[in-house]
Design a protein around this ligand. Structure first.
Ligand code: GDP
Ligand code: IMO
Ligand code: MG
Length: 434
């Protein structure tokens, strides 16, 4: 019996979906604990691609329970669409397969309008480049104690009361502050009455369910969204998302005790990417030959918004921040195959800011923007990797690269991924068996 947390170590899109899908084989429960449909997690099974924004990435296994914890924020329209897409493919989701916390908050139509209006109103250089899914405004309402909860869908008189006040308040801001169109209360109510009817059978108490599962000896896998540098407290604020993305939130976002977590696996892309605005010290800007190769070979386009992802060299400062902030016990190194064919590979081992050496991301955003990477160089390898299925068969330079990542961080890879498909993976150590 084990509980394993999987988190992103960089700026998201490290390949969490693929690794969670792979590890679900050994798990009984797969739990999302933060974020919302700003996430886009891609799975490839037998050549078929699936992208999940809100449903946990364990859903392709019929006999497992997927759980959406209290720390997640849910756009019910998006969730129901994902469920409908699965049903169309003959994989209808049953209440035995999916449990949604009554304490999770709802992303309401006005959250999305406010997210877009706020971003549009920001000057160039100040924009965050959000996904426009209503994430910030929804978490603001949660913390401000005026949020709509999933459990409210089970009590329509409470829901109606709260909705009336919320729409009045948000319409004031939308019209007066942003000059936007007001939203129609009655239309939202109609829409959410329909959502309530569909979602009611899936709503329950996640903390109680996970406690029972643990006591029954079940394996539990926690699926992080976004990445460590997007954490609201520890990331490159304000160019972050609005939730805690680090492993500690697996407990808070699901109601699970911290002493019961056995392993924390950090998903580490073999290079670095970022979507949206904000500091990125090892970035190879658009037009840089190598940055463009990484972008094209790695198909680095956002799984949620389709935006081009910014690409850059591997950053050991970022990796070490992730080791410390998450208490990582292992890495899953992904997209190693994308580096094949590059003659020389660079790794940032530290930064310099105004001549001062830094071994961690500067807390001050102005300094983070000025951070100049200190690079070391390694030899690349020519062989393409996707056909490789054992560590021994990797080219010597690829092994050296992995060894260097381990030496720089003190954490060994438990998994190495050499292609998008579930099968294109080397499992060096199974975190569920220690
Ligand atoms: P997530 O948000 O962390 O789940 O990652 P995304 O799904 O947004 O982006 C990762 C992308 O890389 C997806 O298109 C995956 O199919 C793909 N991917 C994952 N692992 C590998 C790998 O080892 N090699 C290659 N070439 N692609 C991978
Ligand atoms: P997954 O789970 C990459 C980024 C956005 C933006 C910032 C704030 O697929 O790794 P938000 O909409 O959350 O308020 O946007 O965070 N962002 C992500 N970048 N992967 C993600 O999720 C992301 N979720 C949010 O691009 O810069
Ligand atoms: Mg993604």
């Amino acid at each position: 019996m084990a509980s394993v947390v999987v988190v992103g170590t960089q700026w998201g899109d490290e390949g969490k979906g693929k690794i969670v899908d792979l590890l679900t084989r050994y798990a009984d429960f797969v739990v999302r604990f933060q974020g919302g449909n700003n996430a886009g997690h891609t799975l490839v099974v037998d050549g078929k691609q699936y992208i999940f924004h809100i449903i946990p990435s364990g859903i392709l296994y019929k006999d497992k329970t997927c759980v959406i914890g209290n720390g997640v924020i849910i756009d019910p329209g998006v969730l129901l669409k994902e469920m409908a897409n699965l049903a169309e493919k003959g994989m209808a989701v049953t209440p035995r397969q999916l449990l949604i916390s009554a304490n999770a908050h709802l992303i309401m139509p006005y959250h999305q309008c406010l997210d877009v209006a706020r971003e549009n109103a920001l000057a160039k250089g100040k924009k965050i480049g959000t996904t426009g899914r209503g994430i910030g405004p929804c978490y603001m309402d949660k913390v401000g104690r005026v949020g709509m909860k999933v459990g409210d869908l089970l009590d329509m008189s409470l829901f109606t009361d709260k909705l009336q006040a919320a729409v009045e308040d948000k319409n004031f801001i939308l019209t007066r502050q942003f000059g936007a169109q007001p939203l129609d209360y009655a239309a939202i109510l109609d829409q959410f009455e329909a959502h309530a009817a569909q979602l009611s059978p899936f709503i329950g108490n996640v903390s109680v369910a996970l406690d029972q599962a643990r006591k029954a000896g079940k394996n539990i896998l926690f699926e992080g969204a976004q990445g460590t540098q997007l954490d609201i407290d520890h990331g490159t604020y304000p160019f972050v998302t609005s939730s805690n993305t680090i492993a500690g939130n697996a407990c808070i976002g699901s109601g699970f005790g911290p002493v019961h977590i056995d392993e924390v696996i950090g998903i580490l892309k073999a290079y670095t990417t970022r979507v949206g605005e904000g500091p990125f010290p090892t970035e190879l800007p658009e037009g840089d030959g190598i940055g463009d190769i990484l972008q094209q070979k790695g198909h680095e386009y956002g799984a949620t918004t389709g935006r081009r992802r910014r690409c850059g060299w591997f950053d050991a400062v970022v990796a070490n921040d992730a080791v410390r902030l998450n208490g990582l016990t292992g890495f899953a190194v992904t997209k190693l195959d994308v580096l094949s064919g590059l003659k020389k590979l660079k790794i940032a081992t530290g930064y310099r800011v105004e001549g001062v050496p830094y071994g961690y991301m500067p807390d001050n955003i102005r300094k983070a923007r000025m951070a100049e990477p200190v690079y070391e160089e390694m030899d690349g390898w020519g062989t393409e990797l996707p056909g490789i299925r054992s560590y021994e068969d990797l080219p010597a330079q690829a092994k050296d690269y992995l060894k260097r990542l381990e030496d720089l961080t003190g954490v060994a890879p438990a998994i190495v991924s050499v292609g998008p498909d579930r099968e294109e993976t080397l499992l060096l150590r199974n975190p569920f068996s220690g």
